[in-house]
Design a protein. Structure first.
Length: 84
C-alpha cells in the first residue's frame, strides 16, 4: 500500500482521490499511519464483510477443525474479573 504524508494528502487530495480508485493509500501523520483513503467500492466491500455473519453449517470441515485447535494468544486473554 502506498503511504503519503498528511501534508501531501492536503496539497494533492484530488490526485490521491483518483489514485485510491486503483488501491488504498495510507496517510501518515508525524511519520505514523493515521488513516486510509479508499475507493467507495473497497469501502462498501469491507463494510459488507463486517456485517456478514456465518452459520456453523456454512463452514467447511477444514475451518471447523481449525477452530477446534485455535487458541487465544496470551496477550489477548482475559477473565471476567478483568472486565468488572
Amino acid at each position: 500500500m502506498r503511504a503519503i504524508s498528511s501534508a501531501q494528502a492536503r496539497k494533492h487530495f484530488g490526485h490521491y482521490q483518483d489514485r485510491a480508485k486503483r488501491g488504498p493509500i495510507q496517510v501518515t501523520r508525524r511519520g505514523r499511519p493515521s488513516v486510509v483513503i479508499l475507493s467507495i467500492e473497497d469501502y462498501d466491500r469491507l463494510r459488507d464483510l463486517d456485517r456478514r455473519a456465518l452459520l456453523v453449517t456454512e463452514l467447511s470441515e477444514r475451518h471447523i477443525a481449525a477452530l477446534d485447535v485455535a487458541e487465544i494468544p496470551p496477550a489477548h486473554r482475559y477473565s471476567l474479573k478483568d472486565i468488572r
